[in-house]
Design a protein around this ligand. Sequence first.
Ligand code: PMP
Ligand code: GLU
Length: 379
Amino acid sequence: MKRSGGSPTVALNAKGIRMREEGVDILSFAAGEPDFDTPEAVKAAAIEAIRNNDTHYTSAAGTTALRRRIARKLREENGIEVSEDGIIVTPGAKPALFAAMMCFLEEGDECLVLTPAYPSYRSGILMAGASYVPVPLRFEDGFRVTREMLEEKVTERSKMLIVCNPCNPTGHVLTAQELRDIADFALAHDLLLIADEIYEKLLYDGRTHLSLGAVPEIRDRVITLNGLSKSAAMTGWRIGYSASDPALARVMLKLQQNSLNCTAAFTQTASIAAFDCAEETEAMRRSYLERRDLICDGLNAIPGVTCPRAEGAFYAFFRVDYRGMSAEELADHILEKAGVLVVPGTAFGEGGEGCIRMSFAADRASLEEAVRRLGQLFG
Ligand code: PMP
Ligand code: GLU
């Protein structure tokens, strides 16, 4: 615990909430969280489940009905062949991520992470006692992954590679070539792969989602993470899952049995309905797309700001060239002078210097106002 920090994204979100409670007029784009309500069908199913006294422990891995529904979803939508024995339902995707790192990493192991990356990867690796090895991707290259970059960082101690696709914070979506390169690399070096696919439904400009767990040669070494936080606007419900070879799931189940026990019963029951909410998810995606364009067009019109269009997820990850300021200095300056809360790119590790992350899962009026204030600040 001494080697690892807290989560900067969670901490900054809390800071925004606190400032607002104290009456400070700020606009917060720190947290990545859908601004939609959970679909009605899911809410109704939860109320019914409580009325039916669906309020006891479930089996540690999750209810059979939900695990079967997840297995069907993975087969039909992702091409991942997994039985219900390979699925563990967790309170959000984060505990599934944490379990995978705690169960398969130990002192002496190295875990590769494509950066800029979700900060909890680094923290979990360090908590497990392993070494964090960033593979920095380049802003100028659109954060493209190549086999050479991966080969440069691999050693005989490398045990695992974590891939977030679509990526938080960069918005990069893996192409078929990148997917192939990662798969070949994992096979050549006998690595476990964590595929964090929590943003899979939020893709733009005709892109398609490709799952590492669907590549036949590596399917037994991929732990796919997903959940309903983003796809069904259910962050507070805490529903996520891991899908893997049953042999890996049996190991992670030991941690679940001894720590969380199980995910809340009625939320599991209600979640089944969320897998049939494709229309609601698509409406959310279209709305995020409009807001992506609003924020990118607005920011790119400001001198010194370069904001690539996110290929997926709901973050603008942009570079600001202003008086030689670092990412930290920029974020502080933006909060202090413009009252806009953003995350410095360095919170996501190597490759984030000079960059700022802003969630565009926020109402249009706030986004427009933020662009106006940033224009005044940097213009
Ligand atoms: N992975 C990534 C990349 C995320 O952005 C998030 C959302 N914070 C999570 C995992 C965790 O999701 P959940 O809220 O379901 O725990
Ligand atoms: N997905 C969010 C983010 O990246 C929530 C915070 C977190 O889980 O770290 O901001």
